[in-house]
Design a protein around this ligand. Sequence first.
Ligand code: SOE
Length: 380
Amino acid sequence: MTKPLNIGLIGYGFMGRAHSNAYRRVNNFFELPYRPVLKVVCARSAESVKAFAETWGYESIETDWRKLLERKDIDAVDICVPNNLHKEIAIAAAKAGKMVLCEKPLSMNAAEGEEMCQAVEQAGVANTVWYNYRRVPAVTMAKQLIEEGRLGRIFHYRANFLQDWTISADLPQGGAGLWRLDATAAGSGVTGDLLAHCIDTAIWLNGSINNVTAMTETFIKERKHTISGKVEKVGIDDACAFLCRFNNGSLGLFESTRYARGHKALYTFEINGEKASIKWDLHDLHRLEYFDHGDEGKLRAWRSIHVTDHGGEHPYMSHWWVPGLQIGYEHSFVHQVADFLEGLGKGQPTSPTFREALETQKICDAVLNSAKSGQWTDVG
Ligand code: SOE
């Protein structure tokens, strides 16, 4: 029998919507031991949070997250607020015995992340961090191909996450929607926001990273702050590029910027192995490009696999439509909820747990430290 799992959502921005959509749809497509119940959504403005609750079907609202944590009718807390609030809420939620689902990145830095790991581990509560791109079927399939040994020894890992939405110098920093430009709320710029995705996928697919050398740039040095109304120094990295060495001996090359005119969310990665290569592109997210050197010579070429087949061959797809019909960005969140609920039923953790996501945080710290020092830096 499907048991209810009462959700308390904190924050209702872009990610609050993506997660709410996932909770609402998951049981329509997956047979699971639990069914999320949208019990309460919390944000400071009662008027806006009421409107959100009506749109998404939340039963009640709170305007103080501490009140939400005191409620006995909440099983799991979903943190969708700016990064500087993750630690306090996650630790308090764990102490209150709630499961914690935290939006990425886990924390402002690795030291905070470590405290959060200890809190959920001491409380023994289920936890996960929303690195959703792992659960795009084509990306999950890349993982399967690597685990099957099809690439052989891996030589290169290359990833980009390119955007262009902050080029205007008139864009303010801080406040709803723009907190990602404010270092006090976000911790860092593209490193924590975008490269964190690339790093999470990379260490999942290709193992741990030993050391990095990085450069960052802040192109617009001052912006008006939405809250203070004053022009303030910009503390985030607008662009970051780094080289790294993976523990398996392969070389990594990563780049992210919000100044790549023409690119909105171009997340791509390519992996080159001895026997085969794979590449993936978020703008064409259901396709996995695959080159197999073992193919017969005259037919050897890059194949573009439309990862939409059933029969168990293509991850997650048997839960959706008919073979050949694709799914999109929002489904990666549905998959994460499905895996989380499945894991709860089996008493198994859902990757990435806080502890696994801490690894990404350590790499982000090493990248930012290396950019400051100009030196190769070991991942702590
Ligand atoms: C930033 O624009 C952003 O929304 C990130 O915060 C998300 O994590 C990423 O998936 C898309 O871009």
